[in-house]
Design a protein around this ligand. Structure first.
Ligand SMILES: [Mn+2]
Length: 361
């Protein structure tokens, strides 16, 4: 297995990718666990277009653990294999793995990333990964294709459609648009490559897929999820220059624990962050904190920061809280016995590091 990491853009990489695919026969396409629309959209798109191009190859698509509800409405969602990644690798024995929206094996398996990594090396499986994140540990891949596009969906579209002219398939545009809308929050963030993004989107609209319809695929919430959003709005609070909110332990125990899956809970929290966290003036950034029960019975507090572009570098805070991410959107975890204590910890990290965070924005 070669171990060449490539970070530059271009048709040459696409051609290398095509070569690897053409000589592989058992292809496994992966979305990371707790998949967001970009990860699902890009994985399902790769699965569909490779299958359309090479009908005689064995192609599978897989995501570890439970699946987000929006996945059920997507093309080929019934083809997504669920379960444990390491077991899937042993059963299926792929000769090529294409992973989407992540750059290390721990993003694709919650607890057995290490086993997956060893299995891939031991069996000389070819590996391609598509990503647009630059934080954290990067595994070795035959092709590591990471660009500064706003979504992985744009990247795979460029590779398979623009460069390689693989076939479209029924509802393939929906998958690409879903990831773009998801990761740009419907074009709300600063995007240095906006012409490229809008070109892809315009072409998709010309072919007959519209934004409103695709947005609804991921925006619908259930009544139970709406309760989470209402609770976050009820607890809306203000720091000196930021907004924040939280989910109380009582609310979690009574309305979340046995009522919502992890993905439903997390997507309700995301809904609040995407639509409400930054809108109360004059503040342009903020965070939320939400309890979560781990399988071992321990409660931890998961948090996320969101900021408008160029205001503050929220990773300065999240890195001090065992997390990381992008300047405008980062996540963290606090271990504490009570929400109050966890909240005080986050606020003190903000107070102590605010000056640096503004400087590195
Ligand atoms: Mn993404």
């Amino acid at each position: 297995m070669q171990t060449e990491n490539t970070v530059s853009a271009g048709k040459k990489i696409s051609e290398k990718i095509d070569k690897i695919i053409s000589k592989s026969n058992r292809i496994l396409v992966l979305s990371h666990f707790s998949p967001d629309p970009d990860s699902l959209g890009s994985a399902l798109f790769c699965f569909g277009t490779i299958r359309a191009k090479y009908p005689n190859k064995e192609v599978r698509v897989f995501v570890e653990g439970t699946m987000a509800k929006e996945a059920r409405r997507l093309k080929y969602s019934e083809e997504i294999g669920n379960g444990n990644l390491y077991t899937e690798l042993q059963d299926y024995k792929p000769d090529l793995i294409i992973s989407c929206d992540g750059q290390n094996w721990d993003r694709f398996s919650r607890i057995e990333g290490g086993k997956a990594r060893d299995f891939v090396t031991l069996n000389s499986i070819s590996t391609i990964t598509f990503d647009h994140h630059f934080d954290g540990f990067t595994d070795k891949y035959d092709i590591y294709y990471n660009t500064s596009t706003t979504s992985t969906c744009e990247l795979v579209y460029d590779v398979f459609i623009t460069d390689l002219q693989y076939p479209f398939f029924d509802r393939s545009d929906e998958l690409i648009l879903l990831g773009i809308i998801g990761d740009t929050n419907r074009f709300r963030y600063k995007n240095p490559n906006h012409r490229k993004t809008f070109k892809i989107v315009s072409d998709i609209i010309d072919r007959g897929t519209d934004i409103e319809y695709v947005q609804l695929l991921s925006d619908y919430v259930t009544r139970d999820q709406l309760k989470v959003i209402s609770h976050l709005i009820e607890n809306y609070s203000y720091g000196e220059d930021y907004n924040y909110s939280f989910i109380s332990e009582t609310f979690y125990n009574e309305n979340v624990k046995d009522q919502l899956t992890d993905d439903e809970y997390s997507s309700a929290c995301h809904h609040f962050m995407d639509h409400f966290l930054r809108i109360v003036e004059p503040n342009k950034w903020g965070f939320i904190l939400a309890p979560k029960l781990y399988p071992d019975g321990k409660i931890i507090y998961k948090g996320s920061f969101r900021s408008m572009s160029d205001i503050i570098d929220t990773t300065v805070f999240s890195k001090k809280l065992n997390g990381g991410g992008h300047k405008c959107a980062s996540g963290f975890v606090v271990e504490a016995s009570k929400l109050k204590i966890a909240l005080a910890k986050v606020i003190s990290v903000i107070e102590e590091n605010r000056d640096i965070a503004y400087k590195t924005a």
